[in-house]
Ligand binder design. Structure first.
Ligand SMILES: [Zn+2]
Length: 351
């Protein structure tokens, strides 16, 4: 999509950023690194709900890894569970962590499909392992397919490379794949042009192109937008009930950019609920609580304040998701709408 190539200048800037982050880890206490240690205390969380057979359910696994199911069919976005720590990212090659993937998959219903947004390690690194273990079909770009092609333990590979705009059906779900630009000024652009055999450097997980996913179901429509950038008019024919909205690096963008982002992704789709994703520190394993990205890398609070301000003006609800616990998407929207119209505090109950 971009045609850009990863340059030594970009590598230097990435490495110096990581080293600065590492130095901070060594010399500072966690409070300095993570300005908001309790994001759920400051921002409202959707309470867990029992999975309803006839409902649209979602579970969040940090970053952009989300399970969507209707009690019958499960679709997994990205499926990234390894979350290598900073020393591994800095000083070693990285590869899927089978133990962490196995532990996380105990919480995931068997997916029909793993949909991968793009081929950076924090989206695509584990997808082939997840597909191999669960029997799911892997959907992604040519670059993502090359991550699957390089995974030699996967003997019965099922990899699909949808085109922009293409729709695939999974029982009562249809999924539309829409190419959307990656968040600006990121590292490791370009394509993975050959089967990628891990362990490899984090920089070998090149972006490829980037997908957003529209999941349509008789119960509602979910837009999953895993990278914080926009294409004007991309969603002109999409009406969504909820947007899982990446706020990764949004806090470091200009307000003008953020306003356009909101306009072309949230307002354009008419969503009633925004669930921010890609906000947590990816170097922390999933057996620890989620914390926001460190300020040096991203400004979580700035992004949240922006999103909350725009949402309030537009009459849209914003909620974070709990880790692992299932929520019912349409019931959440219904409850929030009822509370809003009743003029009551919009505090969701676990029901
Ligand atoms: Zn990325």
């Amino acid at each position: 999509m971009t045609g850009r190539s990863f340059s030594s200048v970009q590598l230097q800037s990435f490495v110096s950023c990581l080293f600065a982050f590492a130095a901070l880890h060594l010399v500072a206490c966690e409070k300095l690194i993570h300005p908001s240690l309790e994001p759920f205390a400051a921002y409202q969380l959707i309470p867990p709900a029992a999975i309803i057979k006839e409902g649209l359910n979602a579970r969040f696994f940090g970053a952009t890894t989300i399970q969507i199911d209707d009690g019958e069919t499960t679709i997994l976005i990205d499926g990234f569970f390894s979350r290598p720590g900073l020393p591994q990212l800095l000083f070693t090659n990285i590869e899927p962590n089978e133990a962490r993937i196995g532990a996380a998959l105990e919480k995931v219903s068997k997916p029909a499909a793993v949909l991968v947004a793009h081929s950076h390690y924090d989206h695509a690194m584990d997808a082939a392992v997840v597909a191999q273990r669960t029997g799911a079909v892997l959907y992604g770009t040519n670059s993502t397919a090359n991550i699957g092609n390089g995974y030699s333990k996967w003997t019965e590979k099922r990899i699909e490379i949808p085109k922009h705009g293409e729709v695939r059906h999974f029982r009562r779900f249809s999924v539309q794949f829409l190419e959307s630009p990656h968040s600006p000024d990121f590292w490791f652009s370009g394509e993975i042009t050959h089967p990628l055999k891990s362990p490899v450097s984090v920089s070998d997980y090149r972006e490829g192109r980037n997908f957003s996913f529209v999941l349509r179901h008789q119960l509602g429509t979910i837009l999953i937008h895993p990278s914080a950038n926009y294409s004007p008019c991309l969603f002109k024919d999409v009406k969504a009930d909820v947007v899982f909205l990446s706020i990764g690096l949004l806090g470091k963008q200009s307000e003008a950019f953020a306003r356009e982002y909101w306009q072309h992704v949230v307002r354009a789709t008419g969503a009633k609920l925004v669930i921010p994703i890609h906000w947590d520190d990816l170097t922390r394993p999933l057996d620890k609580p989620l914390l926001p990205m460190p300020y040096l890398v991203d400004d979580f609070n700035a992004a949240m304040e922006f999103v909350l301000g725009m949402a309030k003006a537009d009459g849209i609800h914003v909620r974070l998701m709990p880790l692992f616990e299932p929520i019912n998407v349409m019931d959440t929207i219904k409850q929030l709408s009822e509370l809003h119209h009743a003029g009551q505090p919009e505090v969701l109950k676990n029901r």
